[in-house]
Design a protein around this ligand. Structure first.
Ligand SMILES: [Zn+2]
Length: 383
């Protein structure tokens, strides 16, 4: 991970390596500003050359992945195309407290209700005529938006960020060319395949259509088999677990489910039904997008299908932070698994008097923790 560097007047400079930061500190040319994230300030420098940095966000319901990458554009000598590399400088995962907020508010509501029925029965209700202001978000969602924006602002103060990337939708309906209406064949290319998969996962609630199994690898299944003239249209596709898929084989669905007519009808109906919210976007993502555009930096928005496509193609394990790196047009990702070789004795040391301690950093409302890097095997199992 890179170390953030500020100049004498606290303006952001290019982040440097850990080794360079250590040398600067040893020589007394820099001081530590914060420990989490690690920031140093140079004592003898004002301004300096910077390179373009991109801040990528992968907003999730429980965790938001944040990545700061250097933007490197190079021209592929073979094809002559412009490729975008992403040397990773900094990764973070922001854990949201949406559920906690919801629970606390529900508890507060219950307390107030008791007070109302116990003590104030005689008082006329005054809950009429109250409207929510435009753009109102539920507190748990508002918190998710606010904390994410807070980190965008913080990072902009720490590094010379010139562009933002955000995953806006789970899958790109444009890439699918509105499959339910126009019914275009989905195999336009590899990327379109990923969009289709994400779309189907959402549509079929990540379960096997035939046996209802969840948490198993699901395969794309043709309801009317291709060998019998079935098309590749989205409305002919569903998801099935491997055993079901193999048992069904080339049979038409009517034969396969002859003994379970109760299952047949819903599957047929679901296949024809377009996904309820066609954009399939969650509110906070749009609200975040609007807030990010207000920063006046160029904002690139992409679909989750592309993120997954990038991650799989570049063989990167699935974590929220690394997902953020894969957001957008990325041809190559570098430096994300640089070895980290600091040996610690391990274990907790207890019984140290406060006299030997000093305040290094005041609390700022966030708890910080380092995350061990996932090994490739662990990550594959999780994916
Ligand atoms: Zn199944």
């Amino acid at each position: 991970m890179a170390v953030f560097v500020l100049d004498k007047q606290k303006n952001p400079l290019m982040p440097c390596t850990e080794k360079r930061a250590r040398l600067l500190l040893q020589r007394g040319r820099a001081v530590v500003v914060r420990l989490h994230p690690f920031i140093i300030r140079l004592k003898d420098r004002i301004g300096g050359e910077t390179q373009p940095l991109r801040l990528s966000l992968d907003p999730g319901s429980k965790t938001t992945g944040i990545a700061v990458v250097r933007e490197v554009e190079r021209i592929d000598p073979d094809t002559g195309e412009v490729c975008r590399d992403a040397p990773v400088l900094w990764l973070a995962e922001l854990a949201h407290r949406g559920t906690q907020i919801r629970e606390r508010l529900a508890a507060r509501c219950a307390c107030r209700r008791r007070r109302r029925t116990a003590n104030l029965r005689h008082r006329a209700p005054r809950f009429h005529n109250r409207t929510k202001p435009l753009g109102w978000l539920a507190p748990s969602l508002r918190h998710r938006l606010d904390t994410t924006l807070n980190w965008v602002q913080r990072l902009r103060r720490l590094a010379p960020i010139t562009a933002l990337s955000q995953e806006l939708v789970r899958f790109d309906t444009q890439a699918l060319q509105n499959p339910e209406i126009s019914g275009v064949e989905y195999q336009h290319g590899e990327l379109a395949g990923y969009e289709v998969r994400e779309y189907l996962l959402e549509k079929w609630h990540r379960t096997c259509a035939y046996c209802g199994a969840t948490q198993v690898p699901l395969e794309i299944e043709h309801i009317h088999p291709r060998s019998r003239g079935g098309s590749d249209r989205i409305s002919n596709l569903t998801l099935a677990c491997r055993p079901c898929n193999q048992r069904k084989g080339r049979q038409p669905i009517e034969t396969f489910l002859a003994r379970a007519p109760k299952r047949l009808a819903p599957i047929k109906a679901q296949a024809k039904a377009p996904l309820k919210d066609a954009a399939a976007v969650n509110t906070t993502r749009w609200a975040l997008f609007q807030a990010l555009t207000a920063t006046e930096l160029p904002v690139e928005t992409v679909s989750g299908g592309r993120t997954k496509y990038n991650r799989t193609r570049l063989d990167i394990p699935k974590t929220h932070a690394l997902d953020a790196v894969c957001v957008g047009t990325v041809n190559q990702v570098q430096d994300w698994n640089r070895p980290f070789n600091i040996q610690t004795p391990g274990g907790t040391v207890q019984g140290i008097s406060h006299r030997y301690c000093q305040v290094l950093q005041r609390a700022d409302g966030y708890g910080y923790a380092f995350q061990p890097k996932p090994t490739m095997e662990e990550a594959r199992r999780a994916a």
